[in-house]
Design a protein around this ligand. Structure first.
Ligand code: FES
Length: 502
């Protein structure tokens, strides 16, 4: 099932962009047309730069089209962590950068008259458990010390009682795909070029320029921005060693009731998030949760089932209209990488690791990179330095990421097959062994067989079967492939090899 945003808008379905059909020269080539790449293209084209935006699939069809669409500086209980880890100035600047992004997005919407269901909302982190009250109070104290004035409340618009909630005022929500459509119209109006269904395989530096290689053509550019969610160029940069992906789930329900406003996220486990959205004149409630590391086994009952249960608990007569899931890139120190792709690649930029807050942080990232291209100082750039070498504070996470990758590479050779061919039920998949070789089998609901080589085309980890989405997922860095081996999500960009078992 598509997300609310992708179903709600003909922009993606009737995509009118072409794939790249000739060699080009430009000032800036941006790879990836999610909200980050598109915002960069918007700002640069407005400044008079010649931009080319290339997208492997359709505009906004991945992370941006599957987000919750919240624009906020409230990133869970984050400022206490920043304050303790990096100091008061760092935490304050991080907060200011995100608050400024809310203002910037509203400014774009007003100036360009983009109709994207933008509305200011209060954002709440809440708990229904006594043991989390203290953490919320600590966050409140940290924010107060930073000069920000959130509120502690016990009454919210949620359909249940909370023990305590921390409220940020003047945060916002929107329809991200409608916003993207508005940005694309502006880019085209200012003579920018946009190409979809165009996969970039590599980027090479040649003298002072870069050559961006697609399947059949090349783009020569003075500047390149890699805006592909998870950076697909492994060396240099080494982003695969410092980030992982996390999957979370959303449902949109018609509660048949009048809903209170506000955006909510819980500090409890399991965590849930809530916001409203309009769809065909109705107000729907979006419920998010069920998070797990991408590639780790998950079940329907732990993901969509959990959300459906939560929905029915408070709205027994609700109708579930949309279900979808999204992936977020999370860096080891929880801070995005924004700036030069690598210190040895001047004029090639990256923005990634936005956690669950890409709608806001993508604007921060766009401004930092655009300022760098314009040779303007940006007071927030130091927060996100993409070449940072400071010790990784999150050692547990770093250990996990390394162990996970090492295990998965070893499992290629050592792990016995999960089951026999005959044991695989229809509409399900598993890894089996045929002539000592691992083969990923999916049988569709009619028993038709799809056989793939279950080895990730990024760096060779053994894939695992995701029975919720009927995909092959990589536990190492989060690439995903459809049941027939078609690549869906980066950092891999090649399809899986397939077998003909007939
Ligand atoms: Fe890196 Fe699969 S995503 S090996």
């Amino acid at each position: 099932m598509n997300s609310l945003w992708l179903s709600n808008d003909n922009f993606i379905k009737n995509d009118s962009f072409n794939s790249l059909g000739e060699n080009l020269e430009t000032e800036v080539c941006i790879i990836g047309a999610g909200i980050f790449g598109t915002t960069c293209a918007y700002y640069l084209s407005k400044l008079g730069y010649k931009v080319v935006l290339v997208e492997k699939d359709k505009i906004g069809s991945k992370a941006t089209g599957n987000t919750t669409g919240k624009i906020t500086s409230q990133h869970g209980l984050f400022y206490n962590y920043l304050n303790n880890s990096y100091g008061e100035k760092f935490a304050k600047d991080y907060l200011d950068a995100n608050e400024e992004a809310i203002t910037n997005i509203k400014k774009i919407i007003d100036e360009e008259k983009i109709n994207c269901d933008f509305s200011y909302q209060n954002a709440y982190i809440y708990t229904t458990k006594k043991e989390n009250i203290n953490s919320i109070r600590k966050e409140f104290n940290t924010l107060s010390n930073l000069g920000y004035n959130p509120e502690l409340v016990t009454k919210t618009g949620l359909p249940f009682e909370v023990n305590l909630a921390l409220c940020f005022k003047n945060q916002a929500q929107f329809n991200p795909i409608k916003y993207l459509k508005g940005l694309c119209d502006c880019i085209l109006k200012r003579n920018g070029s946009i190409f979809t269904n165009t996969t970039v395989h590599k980027v090479e530096k040649v003298n002072e320029d870069y050559i961006v290689f697609t399947e059949n053509y090349q783009i020569k550019a003075s500047y390149v921005i890699v805006a592909t969610h998870f950076p697909f160029i492994n060396f240099p940069g080494f982003y695969f060693t410092k980030m992982y992906q996390s999957t979370s789930y959303l449902i949109a329900i018609d509660t048949k009731k009048t809903l209170s406003k506000g955006m909510y996220i819980s500090e409890d486990k399991p965590a849930f998030s809530f916001r409203t959205a309009t769809y065909q004149g109705k107000e729907l409630l979006l419920i998010g949760g069920g998070e797990h590391r991408t590639g780790e086994p998950s079940s329907y009952s732990d993901t969509y089932g959990l959300l459906e249960q939560e929905a029915k608990k408070y709205f027994p007569n609700c109708e579930i209209l949309f279900k979808w899931n999204t992936r977020d890139c999370i860096s080891l120190d929880k801070i995005p990488y924004i700036g030069y792709y690598s210190s040895i690649m001047p004029h090639m930029y990256v923005g990634t690791g936005f956690k669950k807050w890409g709608m806001t942080l993508s604007n921060v990232a766009s401004n930092i990179i655009v300022d760098s291209i314009c040779k303007k100082e940006n007071k927030f750039a130091y927060l996100f330095n993409s070449s940072r070498l400071k010790p990784i504070k999150n050692r547990t996470e770093m250990k996990n990421i390394l162990i996970q990758s090492a295990n998965s590479l070893l499992l290629n050779k050592l792990r016995p097959a999960n089951m026999n061919f005959d044991e695989i039920a229809n509409d399900s998949g598993s890894i089996i062994e045929i002539n000592n070789e691992k083969v990923g089998i999916y049988k569709d609901s009619n028993g038709k067989i799809y056989a793939v080589k279950p080895i990730c085309t990024h760096l060779g980890c053994l894939l695992s079967w995701n029975d919720v989405d009927k995909t092959w997922d990589c536990p190492c860095h989060g690439s995903r492939f459809d049941f027939d081996g078609t690549n869906l999500y980066d950092p891999a960009f090649k399809n899986l090899d397939t077998f003909d078992l007939e």
